[in-house]
Design a protein. Sequence first.
Length: 81
Amino acid sequence: MKKVSVTYHAVKGDDKVTEAFGHTFFDGKAEEVIVSAAALDKLRNNRNFEVGKDSDVSEADLQKAAVAKAAADTKVEHKGR
């Protein structure tokens, strides 16, 4: 898995928000994401995404990301009630 900064650049007339590889991207806003090497290659080859320098992700980082995602999902679930 790779950690990388990704910025989505919407084409004029397209939505300002898009989802890819389990992440939500907002036009012009850099997002730190963790993706597989295959997903990273696809992002790099997509002209709508600007991809920074990647780094390897440790098992500890993956666990922290999973906990953070679960907490965020719980907040959204409670907010929607």
